[in-house]
Ligand binder design. Structure first.
Ligand code: ARG
Length: 562
């Protein structure tokens, strides 16, 4: 509507750009002043007339317009009264479109999304849970806008720590125990390695030797390493299955191990490498950054080298327009350095590289069950959420169909929603009472609203409303407010993608749920008058669809019944 108005006004006001008209057009506080008001004070100078006179003249020129029921002048303002029937009709038609919310803005473009990326043989902690959840949501948001998204799990599966782990395994490891306990057993021997190495430095030499063997392709070393990886991935896959997350590529750091020589060569060709104490670095002090270390004294590569190799590879393979990295804030400098090196190499595509950091997750102590000591396993949290929902269902709705599936959707949904409800950079405080509250601004609340809409339709025995709709039924305040919310969805998705911020969608889903619950409270749906009933049911159908789609963008399921 606003767009229509801007269009209309621009025909009669030559001295202002459309953007300026758009900025000036306001929504009056009082209903008597219409749905939109345009102040003419700014025009007084150029028109050399009183604002009121200008307003009168423009209003006269506008005359009758199909989507406006009235145009009125008050003071220096032109007040526009929108034809509510027409407004309702327009929105209902828009929202009914099969691909409502989708767009083609990303057609033909590829985005590489690097997220989750846990470290092999280390636990998948709540931080990794966040990158997984944020990355998955951004993947869905960009896909909705037509982009092709390559979901990349850049596993931390290479580096000197694996030399240590091999030594630890050979000295204190037990195959059966590791097969049984998985990552926590690996972590246990890794910790032991560090304790012992404090007393006996020769262990570190041994570890270095084993990592060198890995780099040289020694069969025994690689077989043990592969096995560590297998054990770890089995565990990570369980979490991904619970969350409903998948990837296109698991090419982790090890995938690039033979491409690091190429990185060194490219950097040398551009004269960017400098020797420093036997190591090779790219100095970045000109840009107020510590140098980017490329090879260590012993010639081995590091995390950054493999990220540089990965970028060259990804650009060649996917020809991406953007490559996004979702990790904790503590890696900000690392990515700044890597991106700067790409820029210094003269690759214009450095402009498409973005680090997408997020804040810490803190847990209210004592409330979380943990497997061992202080280490929090993400899997335990997810399972506990599901278990808690299971108990709530047993208590409140024991006859529910697909109990197990609903418990998973709601338990997982609660965790995802909590991670996505605020700006990424904000720290997240995790409390069971908060995330499982069905009345708060939570996943379960939005899901419950969706289930409520489903139940209204079930009771009415209606799946779709196809015939003529009497739009005048939908012109009351609550219905209008709900329609306005629904119509915002496409813009919300674009905003979320611009800022790489799923929270925009999460907040929106709550706003729609709230508007629906107000409508549900104010407007009786299942009434005898078919005309009223059908119009309202149509609104229920559309709300259900938009909530489901919005939750889908967050990576959350929408149960029909709860
Ligand atoms: N493995 C790293 C970690 O757990 C995250 C990797 C992020 N991706 C990358 N290309 N560096 O902290």
């Amino acid at each position: 509507m606003k767009e229509n108005l801007v269009q209309l006004l621009s025909k009669y006001i030559q001295t202002l750009e459309k953007e300026e008209i758009d900025k000036l057009l306001e929504v009056p506080k009082k209903v008597e002043m219409g749905d939109y008001a345009f102040p003419c004070f700014r025009l007084a100078k150029e028109y050399k007339k009183a604002p009121q006179m200008i307003a009168n003249e423009i209003a006269e020129q506008i005359g009758e317009v199909d989507f406006l029921s009235k145009v009125e002048v008050q003071g220096g303002y032109i007040n526009f009264f929108v034809d509510k029937n027409l407004f309702a009709k327009k929105i209902v038609e828009q929202v009914s479109a099969k691909d409502f919310g989708s767009s083609h803005m990303g057609d033909g473009q590829t985005i590489c999304m690097d997220y989750s990326s846990p470290n092999v043989a280390k636990n998948f902690h709540v931080g990794h849970l966040r990158t997984t959840i944020i990355g998955n949501s951004l993947y869905k948001i960009f896909s909705k806008l037509g982009y092709h998204v390559e979901r990349i799990n850049h596993l931390g599966d290479w580096g000197t720590q694996f030399g240590k782990l091999i030594v630890a395994y050979k000295k204190w490891g037990n195959k059966e125990e590791i097969e049984k306990d998985g990552v926590s057993a690996l972590m246990k021997i890794y910790v032991k390695f560090h304790d012992e190495a404090e007393k006996d430095d020769s262990l570190n030499d041994e570890a270095r030797e084993w990592f060198t063997k890995m780099e040289q392709g020694n069969d025994e070393a690689l077989a043990i390493w592969e096995w560590f990886k297998e054990i770890s991935l089995k565990e990570y896959m369980r979490i991904y299955d619970l969350l409903g997350v998948s990837f296109d590529s698991f090419n982790g750091e090890s995938f690039y191990r033979d491409m690091t020589a190429e990185v060194v060569k490219v950097l040398e060709d551009k004269n960017l490498l400098v020797e420093s104490d036997g190591a090779k670095i790219v100095p970045l002090d000109e840009y107020d950054m510590a140098p980017c270390l490329v090879t260590k004294k012993d010639g081995s590569s590091i995390y950054a080298t493999r990220d540089l190799a990965a970028l060259l590879y990804r650009h060649k393979t996917y020809n991406f327009t953007k490559c996004l990295y979702v990790t904790g804030l503590e890696q900000q400098l690392h990515f700044k350095q890597v991106f700067k090196v790409i820029e210094l190499l003269g690759f214009e595509w450095y402009k498409g590289l973005h680090h997408i950091p997020y804040g810490l997750v803190s847990l209210k102590e004592g409330k979380m069950s943990t497997r061992k000591g202080q280490v929090i396993f993400a899997e335990d949290i997810v399972n506990e959420a599901i278990q808690r929902i299971r108990e709530i269902i047993e208590e409140k709705n024991p006859d529910l169909e697909n109990k197990e599936e609903v418990a998973r959707m709601v338990g997982v949904g609660a965790i995802i929603f909590n991670d996505l409800y605020n700006q990424r950079i904000k720290d997240v405080i995790f409390s069971w009472d908060k995330i499982l509250n069905f009345d708060g601004e939570t996943g379960p609340y939005v899901q419950y609203t969706h289930a409520r809409a489903s139940s209204v339709l079930r009771k009415a025995g209606v799946i779709e409303v196809n015939g003529e709709i009497d739009y005048s039924v939908l012109t009351d305040d609550a219905s209008m407010a709900l329609l306005k919310e629904l119509s915002r969805f496409p813009q919300v998705i674009v905003d979320a993608s611009d800022k790489f911020e799923p929270f925009v969608v999460a907040r929106y889903s709550v706003a729609v749920a709230q508007a629906f619950n107000k409508f549900y409270h104010d407007c009786q749906i299942n009434v005898d008058d078919e005309r009223v009933k059908m119009a309202r049911l149509k609104l229920v159908i559309l709300t259900k669809k938009v909530i489901k789609d919005a939750l889908e963008l967050l990576g959350i399921g929408a149960p029909e019944q709860m």
